[in-house]
Design a protein around this ligand. Structure first.
Ligand code: GLC
Ligand code: CA
Length: 545
């Protein structure tokens, strides 16, 4: 496989609204990000994925864009954006922009024009349909945020289509004039010196709604090839698609370099394992054997002709230490264990802001403390259809998107040093004990564990390119695997449970001498036949000789 710079990069995701507020209006902003570049550099991340900072009415916190070539005033100006790109570049950090082109805001001039003037060239940039004869909507496709995907427009006496909120009308990717506009905009950003794109819900752009197709339509891959050719194809950029419906075979279509589509995709199969029947509002416990099977399948199947992204959480998902670890007495141990498990796999790792200090889920008492449109929409839809308030609040505590969106904890002063004003969403009260400033002072903190993991990836090509070999596949508490190439051999062992356990290690390993590359507890110099693991204990061992 031809080597690319993003193969051994580590990406740090910033959700700007919740990262750092420089001017006291309670909303994180670009100057706030600039003030923390040294922090990100000290972690060792070399790419920042910036969630949207474009002009937006913020119905979905910026995933509803009203001008792709302007910055939202609450985040700053285009000058601030240029300064961010410059200052990041001085630190060898690239900025990957979020590209949201499945839909725009209803305040985008294209939509405003399309709605007010049916004869305008922009009319066909969106998806309009007549009502059925009885006045009902064209079909039963639902919005991903709850309710129907069709919104009746009184003015036009037609429905328009929206897979997300009704303020996020879907773009019509069957219109070639639209393609050109989007490609021009992408090229403009490329000319500003960005490091690539994260393509929001990109698997939906090939939709054929009259056939009931939304994700993974036949039109999708030709569209991506066209986009690649017209924009980033001949540039050295990182592109990562958000693709909820991807299987390994589909992921290879996107990420096989011979196909000229994307660098990699975010696959969600491991995430949805804790959703009963694909419904995040019906959480179920993690089955570790199943979890390992899924992650192993992705490691093995994308081995030669594709590339994996590696992530546990992002701005749409609960905090990893709360989800798969223990956010109480074993918070530090389990956060380190989870980090080791992920960062020794093959692929490009992504860290979501606050993950590197073990930030946890939040449990607000009342629904009006929540700000996320998906959470609020579903609360309404589900409680109206008979689901109890208690059930929904519990599900929101477990899987709601605001878990990831409470402000970053910089220190233990008021509002965690996030803002000197009134934060746009309440903080997680545990910032007194979980914050960056304390983490930087403790050499055993989760932060330094992440720093070490990133440094190890840079120092050992086997972590980036070696083979992945699962171990103890049927074990219900331990996630273990080997990484191997012609030069190096690493064994990674992680206890995913709260229990102290004994595990017998495979005979081909026992007795071999080793050095401990990273650990959250013990240091080993030889691989034992039987290994005693404390709760959430985890280490990576390099076999010597
Ligand atoms: C993606 C984003 C999410 C957003 C949605 C609509 O899933 O990650 O935050 O709400 O797309 O743009
Ligand atoms: Ca601000």
């Amino acid at each position: 496989m031809e080597k690319r710079w993003w193969h051994d990069s580590v990406v740090y995701q910033i959700y700007p609204r919740s990262f750092c507020d420089s001017n006291g209006d309670g909303i994180g902003d670009i100057q706030g990000i600039i003030s923390k570049l040294d922090y990100i550099q000290s972690l060792g991340a070399d790419v920042i994925w910036l969630s949207p900072v474009y002009q937006s009415p913020m119905d979905d916190n910026g995933y509803d864009i009203s001008d792709y070539q302007a910055i939202a005033p609450e985040f700053g100006t285009m000058e601030d954006m240029r300064e961010l790109l410059d200052k990041a570049k001085q630190r060898d950090i690239r900025i990957v922009m979020d590209l949201v082109v499945n839909h725009t805001s209803d305040e985008h001039p294209w939509f405003v024009e399309a709605k007010s003037n049916p004869d305008s060239e922009y009319r066909d940039f969106y998806i309009w349909r007549d009502a059925k004869e009885d006045g009902s909507k064209p079909n039963d496709i639902d919005s991903i945020f709850g309710g129907s995907a069709w919104q009746w427009d009184e003015e036009n006496q037609q429905y328009f289509f929206h897979l997300f909120s009704k303020r996020q009308p879907d773009l019509n990717w069957e219109n070639p004039t639209l393609h050109q506009k989007v490609f021009d905009m992408m090229n403009w950003w490329i000319d500003q010196g960005i490091g690539g794109f994260r393509l929001d819900v990109i698997d939906l752009i090939g939709k054929e709604i009259d056939k009931g197709i939304t994700g993974n339509g036949e039109r999708l891959h030709p569209l991506l090839q066209k986009m690649n050719q017209a924009t980033f194809g001949d540039k050295d950029l990182l592109t990562v698609g958000e693709t909820w419906g991807a299987t390994p075979d589909i992921a290879k279509l996107y990420s096989n370099p011979d196909r000229d589509e994307l660098s990699m995709v975010f696959q969600f199969e491991h995430i949805t394992l804790t959703w009963q029947d694909g419904d995040k509002w019906q959480p179920k416990p993690l089955d570790l054997v199943e979890f390992k099977q899924v992650l192993t399948k992705w490691q093995v199947e994308l081995k030669n002709d594709g590339w994996n992204s590696l992530f546990w959480n992002n701005h749409d998902l609960p905090r990893v230490v709360s989800k798969y670890g223990c956010d109480k007495e074993f918070r530090v141990e389990s956060a380190k264990m989870l980090a080791t498990t992920l960062h020794f796999m093959k692929g490009t790792p992504y860290i979501f802001q606050g993950e590197e200090i073990g930030m946890t889920n939040v449990a607000f008492d009342t629904i009006d403390q929540y700000k996320d449109i998906e959470t609020l929409n579903f609360y309404k839809v589900k409680t109206e259809s008979g689901v109890s308030h208690d059930h929904m609040l519990k599900a929101i505590h477990e899987n709601g998107r605001d878990n990831a969106r409470t402000p970053m904890h910089w220190n233990n002063s008021s509002n965690a040093g996030f803002t000197s004003g009134q934060p746009w969403i309440e903080l997680n009260p545990n910032y007194q004990t979980i914050n960056v400033s304390d983490a930087l002072e403790d050499k055993n903190s989760i932060f330094y564990h992440y720093q070490q993991l990133i440094a190890l990836r840079k120092a050992h090509p086997v972590i980036v390119y070696g083979d992945f070999i699962p171990l103890l596949e049927d074990h219900s508490q331990v996630f273990a695997y080997e990484r191997k190439d012609e030069n190096e051999h690493i064994v990674v062992i992680n206890n995913f449970s709260k229990e102290r356990i004994n595990v017998s290690l495979p005979s081909h390993l026992s007795g071999k001498s080793c050095t401990t590359l990273i650990t959250n507890e013990s240091t080993l110099t030889a691989i034992p036949e039987t290994c005693t693991l404390n709760p959430y204990e985890s280490f990576a061992l390099k076999i010597e000789g």
